[in-house]
Each structure stands twice: as structure tokens, then as C-alpha cells.
Design a protein around this ligand. Structure first.
Ligand code: F1P
Length: 599
């Protein structure tokens, strides 16, 4: 009853296509040659991949259900009704959204936005978010705590102290994060308080089965228990599936689909509780269709998006930077997109950075101002003006993110300041009614990607409008940062070859990528990876016998371990030689080709 799966392209349904991989780890045929594509082709490929979120046909495979399928829509209806019940009787109740990495960031965005809205309506704030690794993980990648189920359960327990009814929505795109598995297990053992919901993008039979340290269960076992419970209608599980444009990069489709599903659920619950608009099947279907329109409107500007991809790539190639300067939550979307480039592409922290007006006051995160933690946590426009602006040059690309609801005088003043340092200044601007003096705004920027929104889309709801603009900005920035890294050679075919190997999922993904490209055995690939991690030609017994957690802790401090292992495996060269090839070629594919030629 509560089972849904978004299906992907026809190809992956063939059992022969990467049969050993869960859907979220499979490579997407649309982007197979993305590393050889032009900026415009890259945008078109990403547009198609994102359009798959809304595909309607399951290509005759009953295993996979599309976002618009009746069982998926019915699941959303059921969860929305739970939200309505909690909103109508908020005493001793809580809605907790939880996840790791991007999933936790989406949870944070929604929980804080909706709490703000509830406060503005003088209602009790009933949302809470959990992200593995705490608030630090909102801005930086903290993937080690993702492996800790006990920490997940403990954190959930603390958040819910004294509550009598908790709707827990755990998000793990790959049905893989032990942190979330621990929380679901905790809910399942306390069903008198918790109603657990799981959002993920694999069928349950593809959920992760790797044993979890210190636990008697793995993710699949917990997901199956959720299935069982579902039959008794005691809990809810949402599930769908989707292959990413860059294999495994669930920050993209996974993150967007999570945002769409959660917003649909939560906003339907709000409308029912406060506007007496009952949650209905057709109402949910209508909301999902509106998100599809958001996709169409955003991607109708292929040429402009491609130009921004090109600009960002030129900056990165010249060792310049890309800066997103955003207002309100659009600024937060920018910070999130920038921070995800480090673990995904092996990017440097300075390469792409985001800033938001009013910094942590705008973030409104639980742990408050984190700026004392170091440069990764410097996020206010003021900090940009003080620390970055003085050294800004034409090699840097600056992109403003704002809407007509922001203080446009303030936008103009900052734009003028930036213009004194670089003309390479662009904007992504959301307009509803239209600006009173569009030419004046336009004159500040080299290019403005104006996204015009028809008022029919909002049903007069400012909350909905904000969510659409956020999603649209997410799509634009995902395209820009992914496209730029593809163009500078940080992606091999459609694999994130230079990923950081910071938890067990990423460790397994790294080994798979090495197998995929070298044809070597799993054992050979693991040995090469470990040699790169420990930076040695010969592994000691201690290194070989220690556990994956220890490997990932060491890998966290090293750069480019997968490319190094790849070159070593391909060319049978030493670590030192592999490193010098990689230093000589910025494009990983070229480095591998060059050392193969010497064989
Ligand atoms: C969580 C996550 C991703 C991140 C990376 C590591 O994945 O942190 O957000 O991009 O892949 O894992 P999931 O639990 O949502 O599948």
C-alpha cells in the first residue's frame, strides 16, 4: 500500500545491465559520453536526466512505479494525512526529517522553511531536522558519521525526548545509510510513539546488505521490516528509483526528487490543516505536475545555462573561482551546491564557494553561527566583501542568485562593488510580476538568466513559490557546477572518478569504478585503492587487515586516491609515477591514455 518507486529509463530494467548494482549506483546511458560533450550538449543531457523524475511509463515493468503512478500518489496522500493530524494537534508531537549528506541538507531546508512559516502564522513549530555529522555537515562533507547506526538512533532519541507522537521521515536515496537504518530500527522498536517513513530510490531488494558494524541488521533487513509493518498499516515507506547523471551522484536527481516528494507531502498536510483543503489523490497529482512545469520552465533556457557552464569551466581551468552570491534560501542552495563539489569531483574548497546574505541568521540552523570553525564556514556576503572581493579578478565567475522579492537596491550595490573588480558577473533571477526597471538591473551583469514564473503555478501560495524557486535554482547550479567539472576533465565518462572515499558506501563505489574501468578483479582493485590511500607501494599486514572505517579515516586526508589507483592498475606503474602522470594531465582520461600508450 505504501510502496512507490520512480522508474528510470528502459535500459536499466534489463537485468543484464549492470545487474549487480542498485539502481542509484548504475550509470545512465543518457550521459555515457558527457565527458566529451559541449556545454550545450551537457545541459541537454542533464535536462533529460532530470526529466526522468517525471516519466510516466514504467516500460511494462511492474517492479518500478513512476512518481505519478497511483500507488506512489496514494502513499503521498497517506503520509500527508499523517502530517495534517500532527499539525492539528501539535502538542507533544514532532515531525522529524533526517538524512545524510544531500538528503540531510534537503531535510534541513524544509524543516527550517516550514518552521519559519509556522512561526509567521503564530503556530507551533513542529519540524526538526537531523543531518549525520551535525550542522557542520550542512556546509562540508562529513560522511564518516553516515556509517554509524547507533549515533543515528541516539540523535533521534534526543530530538524526540518527551514527545508522544513522532512522524519520522528517514531519507536515504540509495537505501544504504546505516545512520538512517539505525533510526528506522529505533522507530520500529517504539511504534507506540513513532510512525516511520522511508524515502529512497531503489527497490527494497536492492537495498544495501553490507553488514553494519556493531549491529545485527543491515539496511535491507530494516527496509523489509518496514515492508512487513506496512502490511499492518502501522507505518509508511516511500520508495522510488532513479539513475543519476553522474553515477552515484545522488546530490542531483536524488536530492531534487527528495525535495519534490517531501514538499508535496508536507504542503498538502499544511493546506489540509490550515486551509481546510482535504488531501486528495487528484490534488497530489496536480502538485506533482506543477513540479514538472518547474523543470520545463527552468530548462527552457538551455543556451543561457550552457553559457554559464562555459564561463564557470573557463574560470576553473584558469585556476580562478566560481562564487555564488545569493539572497534568502537561494543563497543556501548556492552554498550547498558549492560544498558538494569537494567530495564529488575532488574539487578544492576555494574552487566553487557560496555566500548568503546575513549568513547564519539566514541559515537558522540548530547549532547557530559556525563561522569560528574555519574558512569553510565563512558564508556571509559581508565575509565575501571583506575577504574575497579585494582579490577578485576576471578569471573568477560571480553568479548572483535573487528574486524580485529581494531588496534589489542591495543587489545593485553589491553588483556595482563586484563590477569594479570583474566584469565576469552574471545573475540567475526569478521574476513573477516583473521588475519595474528591468534594464537598470540588467545593466549590472554581463548576462542575466531571467526565469519568468506564471502566477498560475502558485495557487497564490508564497511558500510554494519559494519552493519552486529553490528547486529551479538547485537545477541551474547542479548543471553549472557539474558541467564545469565535466569540461575540465574531472569526470571519466559519467563516473565521478575523483570522489572522496570517506565512508563504506563510497569505498565500495570506488572499488566498483576501478573494476569498471580496468577489468581487474575486486581484490586487485581493493589492493590498488588501499595502496593509494596509505600512499605505499607494499601494504603492511596491519593495513590489509584493518577495517573499512579505518581505511576511510585515512582516505579522508588524501586527495585523488581513485585516479591514482586507476593509473596504477592501468599501467602497472608505481604510486610516484601515477601521481606524476596525474599532475601532468588535468584531464583524468588523458592521464590514463598517456600512460597506456607507454605500455
Ligand atoms: C547520502 C550521501 C549523499 C552524498 C554521497 C554520500 O546518500 O551523503 O548525499 O552525495 O553519495 O552519501 P543517501 O543515504 O541519500 O543514499
Amino acid at each position: 500500500m505504501f510502496d512507490y518507486r520512480i522508474k528510470d529509463m528502459q535500459h536499466w530494467q534489463h537485468s543484464s545491465y549492470e545487474p549487480y548494482l542498485p539502481v542509484t549506483e548504475k550509470s545512465n546511458p543518457i550521459t555515457r559520453d558527457i565527458d566529451k560533450a559541449s556545454p550545450k550538449e551537457i545541459v541537454e543531457m542533464l535536462q533529460k536526466c532530470d526529466a526522468e523524475i517525471f516519466e510516466r511509463t514504467s516500460h511494462g515493468n511492474p517492479m518500478y512505479q513512476t512518481l505519478n503512478s497511483s500507488s506512489v500518489v496514494q502513499t503521498i496522500v497517506d503520509v500527508s494525512k499523517r502530517v495534517e493530524v500532527i499539525l492539528k494537534d501539535p502538542e507533544d508531537s514532532l515531525i522529524v526529517l533526517s538524512g545524510c549528506g544531500t538528503s540531510g541538507r534537503v531535510a534541513f531546508l524544509l524543516a527550517t522553511s516550514l518552521n519559519r512559516w509556522l512561526a509567521s502564522q503564530h503556530q507551533k513549530q513542529i519540524y526538526s531536522y537531523i543531518i549525520a555529522g551535525g550542522d557542520k555537515a550542512l556546509l562540508t562533507s562529513q560522511e564518516t558519521p553516515e556509517d554509524d547506526p547507533l549515533l543515528g538512533a541516539l540523535t533521534l532519541g534526543k530530538v524526540c525526548v518527551g514527545k508522544k507522537h513522532v512522524l519520522f521521515i528517514g531519507i536515504s536515496c540509495g537505501l544504504s545509510a546505516p545512520f538512517v537504518a539505525g533510526q528506522l530500527d529505533f522507530c520500529l522498536r517504539n511504534l507506540e510513539i513513532f510512525t516511520p517513513v522511508l524515502i529512497g530510490f531503489n527497490p527494497v531488494d536492492m537495498a544495501r546488505t553490507e553488514p553494519i558494524q556493531t549491529c545485527s541488521f543491515h539496511f535491507k533487513e530494516v527496509a523489509e521490516r518496514m515492508n512487513e509493518m506496512q502490511k499492518q498499516a502501522k507505518g509508511l515507506r516511500a520508495q522510488s528509483s532513479s539513475r543519476e547523471a553522474i553515477s552515484g551522484s545522488s546530490r542531483m536527481k536524488g536530492g531534487s526528487a527528495t525535495k519534490i516528494i517531501l514538499e508535496t507531502i508536507l504542503l498538502a498536510g499544511h493546506e489540509a490543516a490550515y486551509s481546510k483543503k482535504a488531501v486528495t489523490f487528484n490534488g497530489i497529482l496536480y502538485s506533482l505536475n506543477m513540479f514538472e512545469k518547474v523543470h520545463q520552465i527552468t530548462y527552457s533556457q538551455t543556451k543561457e545555462l550552457a553559457a554559464l557552464v562555459q564561463k564557470a569551466a573557463i574560470s576553473l581551468r584558469k585556476k580562478g573561482h566560481v562564487y555564488y552570491l545569493g539572497w534568502q534560501t537561494l543563497g543556501i542552495i548556492g552554498i550547498i551546491d558549492a560544498s558538494e563539489c569537494i567530495p564529488t569531483f575532488g574539487a578544492g574548497f576555494e574552487d566553487i564557494r557560496g555566500f548568503v546574505r546575513s549568513g547564519f541568521s539566514e541559515m537558522n540552523n540548530k547549532e547557530g553561527d559556525l563561522s569560528s570553525l574555519g574558512p569553510h564556514f565563512i558564508i556571509d556576503h559581508k565575509d565575501f566583501v571583506d575577504t574575497i572581493l579585494p582579490n577578485l579578478s576576471d578569471n573568477d565567475t560571480v553568479i548572483f542568485l535573487y528574486s524580485e522579492n529581494d531588496d534589489l537596491n542591495e543587489v545593485s550595490v553589491l553588483a556595482k562593488n563586484v563590477r569594479q573588480r570583474t566584469s565576469n558577473l552574471h545573475a540567475i533571477a526569478h521574476e513573477l510580476k516583473g521588475l519595474s526597471d528591468p534594464e537598470r538591473m540588467r545593466s549590472h551583469f554581463m548576462t542575466v538568466l531571467t526565469i519568468k514564473w506564471p502566477s498560475s503555478l502558485y495557487k497564490h501560495s508564497p511558500v510554494l513559490m519559494k519552493q519552486y524557486w529553490e528547486l529551479s535554482t538547485k537545477w541551474c547550479l547542479n548543471v553549472i557546477s557539474t558541467g564545469a567539472h565535466v569540461l575540465i576533465g574531472k569526470v571519466y565518462m559519467n563516473y565521478m572518478i575523483d570522489l572522496r572515499v570517506t565512508n563504506s558506501k563510497l569505498y565500495r563505489r570506488a572499488i566498483h569504478i576501478l573494476q569498471r574501468f580496468t577489468g581487474s578483479t575486486q581484490a586487485q582493485c581493493e589492493t590498488a585503492l588501499l595502496r593509494a590511500i596509505y600512499d605505499v607501494e607494499e601494504l603492511s599486514d596491519e593495513m590489509s587487515s584493518t577495517d573499512v572505517t579505518q581505511h576511510t579515516l585515512v582516505a579522508n586526508k588524501r586527495g585523488s586516491v581513485v585516479p591514482i589507483a586507476l593509473v596504477m592498475l592501468q599501467s602497472r606503474r608505481t604510486i610516484a609515477e601515477a601521481k606524476s602522470y596525474l599532475d601532468a594531465y588535468s584531464v583524468i582520461r588523458d592521464a590514463v591514455a598517456a600512460c597506456q600508450r607507454l605500455l
